[in-house]
Design a protein around this ligand. Structure first.
Ligand SMILES: Nc1ncnc2c1ncn2[C@@H]1O[C@H](COP(=O)(O)OP(=O)(O)OP(=O)(O)O)[C@@H](O)[C@H]1O
Ligand SMILES: [Mg+2]
Length: 226
């Protein structure tokens, strides 16, 4: 059967929406939302998925990074996934429209650390999966705990919302069993792997996929499709 058939299945006037929305959310600045959003986007692009990356950080860091990378690589025509800027108060309605157009396999949202309660709630309701990034430091854990608590009511409205914790900046010798043990009180499911603290993650690319992120991306998509 042609692949196009699956991309946007038409049944009379009914178009089955296939776009999946993955939002990185945390109340804590610097917990790894941007790092993971961009690595997931480049990895999925390398798997020939149609990706859009949306950033609600009004500094538009990723947009600037893309421009810089194109300049450095002397690329004049940008054939990479689009990076679109948005804001807290309009991102949910914009996603709703994009989702209906069904032009992308994945829309990945890199939300700003300062997102308001209202913004977070609306974003959750437009997402298929929300990923909360956290390290194992006590401060990060407390904020992650609070973020999960704030997001859980969204599951009452949208029971199929997937709410996951992604351990980030973990010492690379840490056993997964230890990570699970530390995070088990957070009341959310755990992506069954972690992102180690590595220098390579301090300068992400919006173009070139990071090989070592493959297994993380695979786990995220596996959980999304469960
Ligand atoms: N796994 C990692 N290993 C090493 N450094 C990391 C890792 N994850 C994030 N960092 C670094 O930590 C800093 C904060 O990460 P990042 O910008 O992804 O956080 P954020 O949650 O998007 O922050 P903000 O809320 O300010 O947008 C960055 O300098 C980044 O390079
Ligand atoms: Mg960020």
């Amino acid at each position: 059967m042609p692949q196009q058939f699956f991309k946007g299945l038409f049944l009379g006037n009914l178009k089955l929406v296939m776009t999946k929305v993955i939002s990185f959310i945390s109340r804590k600045g610097g917990s790894g939302k941007t790092t993971n959003a961009v690595n997931l986007a480049t990895t999925l692009q390398s798997r020939r998925k149609k990706v859009m990356l949306v950033e609600t950080d009004t500094n538009y860091t990723l947009n600037s990074l893309r421009k810089l990378e194109l300049f450095k690589r002397k690329i004049s025509v940008d054939n990479n996934f689009p990076i679109v800027g948005s804001e807290d108060n309009r991102v949910a309605s914009e996603i709703e429209i994009l989702r209906k157009r069904n032009d992308f396999d994945y829309i990945i949202i890199d939300s700003a650390g300062k997102t308001t309660d209202q913004g977070i709630r609306e974003l959750c309701l437009e997402s298929d999966m929300v990923i909360i990034t956290t390290s194992l430091t006590q401060n990060d854990l407390l904020v992650a705990y609070q973020t999960v608590k704030d997001l859980l009511p969204a599951k009452d409205i949208k029971p199929d919302l997937k709410l996951y914790i992604l351990p980030n900046r973990i010492h690379s010798h840490t056993r997964m069993r230890t990570v699970r043990e530390v995070l088990k009180h957070l009341n959310a499911d755990l992506i069954d792997t972690y992102v180690p603290q590595r220098k390579l993650y301090t300068s992400p690319s919006t173009i070139k996929p990071e090989k070592r992120y493959r297994s993380v991306a695979t786990q995220i998509i596996k959980h999304l499709n469960e």
